[in-house]
Design a protein around this ligand. Sequence first.
Ligand SMILES: [Zn+2]
Length: 122
Amino acid sequence: MYSERVMDHFNNPRNMGEVEDYNAEGTVGNAKCGDIMRITMRIEDEVIQDVKFKTFGCGAAVATSSMATELVKGKPVEEALKLTNSAVVEALEGLPPVKVHCSVLAEEAVKAAIEDYRKRTQ
Ligand SMILES: [Zn+2]
């Protein structure tokens, strides 16, 4: 049902926790499986120096947040904003259709964190 890569990120999540001295924070949730995802970032010179996540939710939500942090870490903010849930799903070699909404959460959490950063630096 789940690809090997999904199982890998579920069993060994990357970048789990909270960034010390973060200057961007985004929390999003979905009603469908009750997932709550929180992403913190340290952004310097428009580059995401560090990013970590805490996810309370289903296995797919953990795997997608883990992969999403991997995809945006070290990237310029502008590039991270282009992250789509389908890019996360592709990087995970697919998700069961009923779990695709969990990957949407990962995209939303990244964008919410960057929005928060924008507000703080205005
Ligand atoms: Zn879920």
